[in-house]
Write a protein that binds this ligand. Structure first.
Ligand SMILES: [Fe+2]
Length: 210
């Protein structure tokens, strides 16, 4: 089931996120969606590597999320940076009971890809990335995100958003959240184990992505 919350994080949470983004820009401590590290080939397919930063001490975000999703379990918060050509193939995330995304680009044009697609009955619906919008899945439903076609942009006031903002490139940025169940923790401990290759996800099949 999908729930959408606009303007989800308050100013304290957003300040923390801003500091984490800044911190991530001064570290080499990135993971990536490269298939041999964390993600299976079936979900990566031809995607450009997504860069992943594990957020440090995200207590303030946990507290906010637990207001709409009460749980005793911890949650894993990551920042994802999406270059041109990155996407996520259809997958179920049925290794967790809850997963969520928050879109962190202040402006996003739907022509730039990165749409969140999900199944509802026999339809495929889409959510357009919007600043500070939470898309929460509990339990997760089959979903995907479409290929990013533009990852650096500026204010829509400048050249319609096609120029860099004050000369500083801003890449498509999301926050990804997973409820840390025992199975999820196990998958993370096992993240260096080789994962089976395949042509794509078959509906009903279970496999993990983070
Ligand atoms: Fe997912």
């Amino acid at each position: 089931m999908i729930k959408i919350y606009k303007d989800f994080f308050d100013s304290d949470c957003l300040e923390y996120i801003g500091k984490q983004i800044e911190r991530s820009q001064h570290t080499s401590n990135f993971r990536s969606s490269y298939p041999t590290i964390n993600w299976g080939e079936r979900i990566v397919q031809e995607s450009a590597p997504v860069m992943i930063y594990d957020m440090v001490d995200p207590d303030i975000l946990q507290k906010r999320l637990k207001e709409v999703y009460p749980t005793e379990k911890d949650m894993h918060f990551m920042i994802y940076y999406w270059p041109v050509g990155s996407y996520v193939a259809w997958h179920p995330d049925n290794h967790v009971e809850m997963t969520a995304s928050v879109y962190m680009n202040k402006y996003w044009n739907r022509d730039w890809g990165g749409l969140f697609l999900y199944e509802e009955g026999d339809k495929i619906l889409a959510e357009i990335p919007e600043w500070n919008k939470l898309v929460l899945q509990s339990p997760p439903v089959p979903h995907a995100s479409t290929p990013v076609t533009k990852s650096y942009f500026g204010s829509p006031d400048v050249d319609g958003g096609w120029a860099y903002h004050e000369g500083v490139p801003i890449i498509r940025t999301t926050i990804q959240i997973f409820e840390a169940t025992e199975e999820y923790k196990h998958n993370h401990r096992m993240s260096f184990k080789e994962q089976p290759a395949g042509a794509g996800w078959v509906k009903g099949e279970s496999f993990a992505s983070t």
